[in-house]
Design a binder for this molecule. Structure first.
Ligand code: SF4
Length: 447
């Protein structure tokens, strides 16, 4: 029997790649006649798009699945599926421990969703497909994006770097790049649908390469698309940052003066064991080069503490790099052992207490640096894109700088997605506060 107005609910865990993948899956479900519901009790399909990057992320998904299994009991014809990296990594475990899960699809199997829905109409039973593909980049599938200012556009999938702590090469497979044409087509489509900011995504975004060119060529082509007000990219690998990329960034007004540059660790010995392919000195030189090309560039990073074998002296080197660079922002984690990765086999794992203590000190230091970096902007005029109404007051906007930091300011006649000049007057926590400066006042100030 055909369902009337069938509805889907997707919950996304983990990184921005997963957000982009969920939008792709939503696009497919809409083509199959489903519409989105925000109320999962009403859904005919529930998909959990999962993350396996850290043990804690996996535990969160396990709890979430257990907490909503009653919905399946109440509505047995509902399709309950697990997508993403956990599906890829833990399919046997899921099949055994969560029999109420009907569908398990790895990140390269989403094209099968329409077929699976059809199969399920004919018979019940599990559908499992976690094969990895050397080619799948989901060209020609249009995502259904959540409303907002920013559109994520995935440009490549998988990763060939094999950092020893990382599960991604195993859950998402080898690196593949989408064609230039299909990416530019998707960017134009996003602009036509009202998005002003584009974030290009890849597990290792700047190793993108096709016969038409490498990442800097693509970035330049995206910058030339009319209507793209801002461009960001996530996450690059320090090894693949080059002068050409920085040159392109410095030449295009709409490419944000912002680089996310994952450090991971400061000591050469640990960087080597992580297989990060750069030394501490090379990383610091790269920061200098970035600041030479783009003097006001904001730089954020990722850091892991307590990697196997990390001594106090190694850890101090991480703090030393942080003090030298003064990152605008950092995403900091305790090392989490992922079965199947090389680092999980290292025998010199660090005690949990030590990891916790190192993380706490790191967070303290970064909080000081973020505030310092923001306070340096006081008295300066920054370009801020209006994103939404401030949570604190309907009379204020909340926007973002090119460096991806939040700014709160009083409303004038500007609209969401406008880029306006804000004179920064205060910085607290991770936010800045300021007032709009109109173009004519800026000219006056310069004169
Ligand atoms: S570059 Fe390293 S950390 Fe990043 S996805 Fe690839 S293997 Fe993982």
């Amino acid at each position: 029997m055909e369902m009337l107005n069938p509805q889907y609910f997707i919950e996304t865990f983990g990184c921005q790649m997963n957000v982009a993948d969920s939008e792709l899956v939503a696009g497919m479900l809409q083509k199959c006649g489903y519409s989105e519901t925000r109320d999962m009790t009403q859904a005919d399909i529930i998909f959990m798009n999962t993350c396996a990057i850290r043990e804690k992320a996996e535990e969160t998904v396990h709890h979430r699945l257990d907490s909503i299994q009653h919905l399946k009991k109440r509505k047995p014809e509902m399709i309950f599926g697990v997508l993403g990296c956990m599906a890829q990594n833990l399919k046997n475990d899921l099949l055994e421990s969560k029999p109420y899960v009907d569908v398990i699809l790895g990140p390269d199997s989403y094209r099968r969703i329409p077929e699976i829905i059809n199969n399920r109409k004919k018979q019940n039973g599990h559908e499992v497909d976690t094969r990895l593909s050397k080619y799948e980049v989901y060209d020609n599938l249009m995502p259904s994006r959540q409303e907002g200012v920013n559109a994520f556009v995935s440009i490549s999938r998988g990763c060939d770097k094999f950092c020893t702590f990382c599960i991604v090469p195993f859950t998402r497979g080898r690196e593949r790049s989408r064609s230039n044409d299909s990416i530019i087509g998707e960017v134009k489509d996003a602009v036509n649908n009202g998005f002003a900011e584009i974030t290009l995504l890849g597990q290792n975004v700047n190793s993108y390469r096709t016969e038409e060119g490498k990442f800097p060529h693509l970035l330049e082509a995206v910058a030339m698309v009319p209507g793209v007000k801002r461009i960001r990219y996530m996450s690059p690998h320090p090894q693949d940052m080059d002068d050409h990329l920085l040159q392109v960034m410095s030449e295009h007004e709409n490419i944000c003066n912002y680089v996310h540059l994952p450090l991971q660790a400061g000591a050469d010995r640990i960087l080597q064991r992580m297989n990060r392919t750069y030394s501490k000195t090379e990383f610091l030189n790269l920061v200098d080069t970035i600041r030479k090309y783009i003097p006001n560039c904001s730089i954020s990073t990722d850091i892991i503490v307590g990697f196997p074998g990390e001594t106090n002296a190694d850890y101090e080197e991480t703090l030393e790099v942080m003090n030298k660079v003064v990152f605008d922002r950092a995403f900091m984690f305790k090392y989490s052992s992922r079965p199947g990765t090389k680092a999980a086999e290292y025998t010199d794992q660090v005690d949990e207490d030590i990891k916790q203590e190192r993380l706490a000190r790191l967070i303290d230091l970064q909080q000081t640096h973020t505030l310092e970096a923001n306070q340096r902007h006081i008295g300066k005029v920054l370009k801020v894109m209006v994103e939404k109404e401030s949570k604190k007051s309907p009379l204020q906007w909340s926007g973002r700088t090119e460096g991806n930091m939040g700014v709160i300011f009083d409303k004038n006649e500007e609209q969401i997605k406008d880029i306006v000049n804000i004179l920064i007057q205060d910085a607290q926590g991770v936010s800045m506060f300021g007032n709009r400066v109109l173009e004519k006042e800026m000219i006056h100030e310069i004169n």
